[in-house]
Design a protein. Structure first.
Ligand SMILES: [Zn+2]
Length: 453
């Protein structure tokens, strides 16, 4: 379990010191992301950006052979599949529960776990999972992010406004400012937990003063601002180059509202902490699947796995050699095509994406989207599964399924996290259950919202 101590120290600091701490952290993070292999790999990716579909397929085959070879030689879970020519079609489908139950079996023996970075994912199913990546994989992942930002003409060091799930100040503390400045990245971080109607004019004024080149973050938070701008016929004194969104699925309506308020395009990104796929929209609104990050396939209704078509998305990393997940059921449904795009890129295209739809828990005007709830559940290591249900305005039921290593402190931390997001008045009723049944479509729902729909 992670310690909350540094976070508490930060939260008790005065605003000026919080700005300094955010900048110090930003500086450390900058080095981690953009040091080492980052620039060389970015140059390589930019050089390969306009390969044809055929060239990309050839390149992927080469990377896949290396991935399968590494997996069958060095990863205990895959050693029984070792052969001179490992074949993807012989790899069984893998789900998050299998990985969560046997995490160590999926780590390459070539890496020392203490040197790896653990990424936590609650995902839409709330069953916490730890995935390890190497420092180099993190740097390369940020090369893919920059390749995406290239579509907006945004470079690291340009001004960026971020709407984040991080707690910038106590959610119960309703005193502005509701933002902190990371000077290392010229990044203004806005709190997603103080976006009550009465506070929104302050957010808009600050955006107008800061004039970010891009706005990024949870679509839900950006949507709140956009709705406020349109409802009050406000005009912004700047036009961003783009709005970058990820983490939550959102509707065409949300996109239209955001684009109309900010007078620019939304660029959506799709990926996951499992580090198996990276897809992002170009300026023509096509979601390109990055060929060198991973292979995305479709499990059709008839049980076939195909490179294109409609069905459950199955992902194979080509990047994460420390913990390669192969034919991994990422938990979303979608449609993959090989249609051409006006931008000139020859990649597979994620035409439709379903799943991970972000329900929201609400208490006294405070709102916590699924992505933020997922963060609150991420620390619960002795918990197999979790679900939050809202049946009445000021109360929630949290269902937890214990594992053998359950720590009673988990409940305390979870309540602490939820109250920080949604206020002290929220009634939280914790129920320990043996199982949380999936929805009729076979997927777990982490947030069930029965009041506000
Ligand atoms: Zn395109």
């Amino acid at each position: 379990m992670k310690s909350h101590l540094p976070e508490q120290l930060y939260l008790y600091s005065p605003v000026w010191l919080q700005n300094v701490l955010v900048s110090i952290y930003g500086n450390i993070e900058r080095e981690r992301r953009y040091g080492g292999e980052h620039s060389v790999f970015l140059k390589h990716l930019r050089g390969n950006k306009f390969l044809t579909l055929q060239e990309n397929n050839t390149l992927q085959k080469k990377l896949l052979t290396a991935t399968l070879d590494n997996a069958t030689r060095n990863v205990p879970a895959y050693q029984h599949l070792r052969s001179d020519q490992p074949d993807l079609s012989l790899f069984p489908l893998l789900d998050r529960q299998q990985v969560a139950n046997n995490t160590k079996q999926f780590i390459s023996s070539k890496f020392d776990v203490s040197n790896l970075i653990a990424l936590y994912t609650g995902g839409s199913s709330a069953s916490p999972l730890k995935v390890y990546i190497s420092k180099m994989t993190r740097q390369k992942t940020y090369s893919f992010w920059q390749l995406f930002y290239d579509n907006m003409g945004f470079n690291i060091g340009d001004r960026k406004a971020s709407f984040v799930g991080r707690k910038l100040q106590e959610p119960d503390n309703n005193l502005p400012p509701f933002w902190r400045y990371n000077i290392a990245d010229k990044q203004l971080l806005f709190s997603s937990y103080h976006m009550e109607e009465a506070n929104l004019p302050l957010y808009v004024d600050k955006l107008n003063e800061f004039k970010p080149k891009v706005v990024e973050g949870y679509p839900f938070s950006v949507y709140r601002i956009a709705e406020h701008i349109l409802n009050n016929s406000l005009t912004l004194s700047f036009t961003p180059a783009g709005i970058s969104t990820s983490s939550e699925n959102f509707s065409k309506h949300h996109r239209k509202v955001i684009e109309s308020a900010f007078q620019c395009r939304v660029f959506d990104q799709y990926g996951s902490a499992e580090s198996v796929v990276f897809a992002s929209e170009c300026a023509h609104g096509t979601m390109h699947i990055e060929p060198e990050y991973g292979i995305l396939e479709v499990l059709t209704e008839t049980g076939e796995i195909t490179p294109t078509g409609k069905g459950e998305l199955i992902a194979t990393t080509l990047l994460n050699d420390a913990m390669p997940l192969i034919r991994y059921r990422i938990g979303d449904l979608g449609v993959i095509t090989e249609e051409s795009c006006l931008c000139g890129r020859g990649t597979s295209v994620l035409k439709e994406l379903h799943g991970k739809v972000g329900a929201v828990v609400i208490n006294e005007g405070r709102q916590a989207p699924t992505a933020a709830i997922a963060i609150a559940f991420e620390y619960l290591e002795g918990i197999k599964n979790a679900q939050i249900i809202q049946n009445e305005p000021n109360a929630v039921i949290v269902k937890l399924v214990k594992k053998s290593d359950f720590n009673p402190k988990s409940e305390e931390f979870m309540i602490w996290e939820l109250r920080k997001m949604l206020g002290e008045s929220l009634k939280i009723n914790v129920e320990y259950v043996n199982d949380i049944p999936p929805e009729p479509n076979g997927k777990y729902k982490m947030v069930v919202q029965n009041v506000y729909q």
